[in-house]
Design a protein around this ligand. Structure first.
Ligand code: NDP
Ligand code: 2IT
Length: 454
């Protein structure tokens, strides 16, 4: 087949997106996530007759099913609260539906769809037998007591338990959901159905969780960044400076690994603002943040006050000069202007701990300025990868050592990096978005073709 011109490729991608936009005009995050994939995958799909004729990417723009439900519970004042619950099961072509649950007031069907769509390619990249899903609720845990959080989790599970299970659909955590919430939800499932540790990952060790699952996303992110630096610049992380956004699960353990590797972490942030740490975050300070953030809704202002650091209310950290940036909070947190600021200040690598934290405009700025850019579906895949290892341990009725899980996590992150390089290598650089998208797509596409048109 003749090579297509850029104009032909653009036309094909635009037509594809117009068709999708016609169906889901208001789901902007979902459309954004599909566009980022389609612009690289559609031109590739054209060259593989089984994929093209099977309209594989178009099929992958619809989930297997989307479940929406009412969650009703009593708050501490005895008042009835009503929330919306979601579970979007995208595809089980490669394994059981797999992906986290997010509790955040911004959650709606478009957000859960973008996350489940992204999860499809991410889970494929891990090389493990993992399908894709995402779920959650518009419940806001901030300022809620532990009793309220437990009651909400139980009410949420009264419906969700009908749709999940070992070997079928295996949820885990995401924003607002950590091992405590997983414990409450799994506890409800145990009460309703009996012992079934394979129905959730991200459990505590006592409940059959895996060593290193809490650390996995953050550590994996830094292992991935290490590979990027070595492959492209033949450099190590040691001695560099870094910005981190967020101060939750992913941010905390990205920071921990960076400190361990001799990197100065200059910032952390949350939904109230960011803290500047000119001398670099210490382990003692990080322990304080971990404890502080166990209280959902606690502001980093308390951390700044305790250690006499400057807190920038309502601001993001991207204007602080640093070598590396790790967005670990939420979607679209790096705008085009933020990206320009990062480039102007000499940032050389951005690796996404969060899902889709960079806007399309920001990504263009990074790519056109030769900033090494590691997209979330590759860079943050360590979390779901160790979830996959947790499922393997549960199936074996075994618990592997921390060292063994860490070894496997490092191997998986190296392998994801190698796949992204294989499919993303360009003349003088690696386009990691292209590489991750095509490599992730290729494995799931092959599975879908082998399964027939279903
Ligand atoms: P947490 O709930 O533990 O932490 C989230 C952090 O991001 C908090 O500091 C929170 O601030 C901040 N944040 C959340 N929403 C916003 C917002 N709208 N504006 C500003 N700050 C915000 O979640 P995780 O660390 O688990 O998740 C962070 C990101 O990483 C998400 O994009 C998630 O999808 C992604 N991810 C998570 C994985 C995991 O295993 N947990 C795996 C792969 C990706 P505050 O404390 O004020 O609420
Ligand atoms: O975005 C993600 O990959 C996660 N929140 C983790 C999913 C999982 O099933 O471990």
């Amino acid at each position: 087949m003749a090579l297509q011109t850029h104009a032909e490729e653009d036309r094909m991608v635009n037509q594809f997106m117009e068709r999708l936009q016609g169906k889901y005009p208001h789901q902007k995050e979902f459309l954004q996530a599909v566009h980022e994939v389609a612009r690289y995958v559609l031109p590739y799909e054209m060259f593989v007759p089984e994929y093209r004729d099977g309209q594989v990417l178009w099929r992958l723009t619809e989930p297997d099913r989307a479940i929406m439900f009412r969650v009703v519970w009593y708050d501490d004042k005895g008042q009835v609260q009503v929330n919306r619950g979601f579970r979007v099961q995208w595809t089980n072509a490669l394994g059981p539906y797999k992906g986290g649950l997010r509790f955040h007031p911004s959650v709606n069907v478009g957000i859960i769809k973008f996350l489940a769509f992204e999860q499809t390619f991410k889970n494929s990249l891990t090389g493990l037998p993992l399908g894709a899903a995402k779920g959650g609720s518009d419940f806001n845990p901030q300022g809620r007591s532990e009793d309220e959080i437990r009651r909400f989790c139980q009410a949420f599970m009264l419906e969700l338990h009908k749709h999940i299970g070992e070997g079928f659909d295996v949820p885990a955590g995401d924003i607002g959901v950590g091992s405590r919430e997983i414990g409450f939800m799994y506890g409800t499932l145990v009460k309703l159905r009996g012992y079934e540790p394979g129905a959730f990952t991200g459990k505590t060790l006592e409940l059959g969780g895996s060593h290193l699952r809490p650390e996995a996303t953050g550590y994996g992110l830094i292992y991935f960044a290490q590979e990027m630096l070595r492959h492209n610049l033949n450099e190590d992380l040691s001695g560099k400076t870094a910005l981190i956004s967020g101060s939750g699960n992913v941010a905390q353990f990205a920071a921990e690994k960076l400190i361990e590797l001799g990197v100065k972490v200059l910032t952390l942030s949350d939904s109230t603002g960011f803290v500047h740490i000119p001398d670099g975050l210490t382990m003692e300070q990080l322990e304080f943040v971990k404890k502080l953030k166990m209280r959902r809704g606690a502001s980093l202002r308390e951390f700044a006050e305790k250690f006499r650091l400057t807190f920038y209310e309502g601001k993001k950290p991207w204007s602080v000069p640093a070598d590396l940036a790790f967005p670990c909070a939420t979607q679209n947190e790096i705008t085009e202007d933020d990206a320009k600021e990062l480039v102007k200040n000499g940032c050389r690598l951005v690796a996404e701990g969060a899902n889709m934290p960079s806007t399309p405009g920001a990504i263009s700025i990074f790519l056109s300025n030769n900033v090494l850019f590691g997209p979330g579906k590759a860079a943050n895949a360590g979390g779901v990868a160790v979830s996959g290892l947790e499922m393997a341990q549960n199936a074996q009725r075994m618990q592997w050592s921390r060292e063994e899980v860490d070894r496997k996590l490092q191997e998986i992150m190296k392998n994801i990096h190698a796949q992204a390089v294989q499919f993303g290598e360009e003349k003088n650089s690696v386009n990691y978005i292209k590489g991750a998208n095509i490599a992730g797509y290729d494995r799931v596409a092959r599975a879908l073709v082998n399964l027939g048109v279903i």
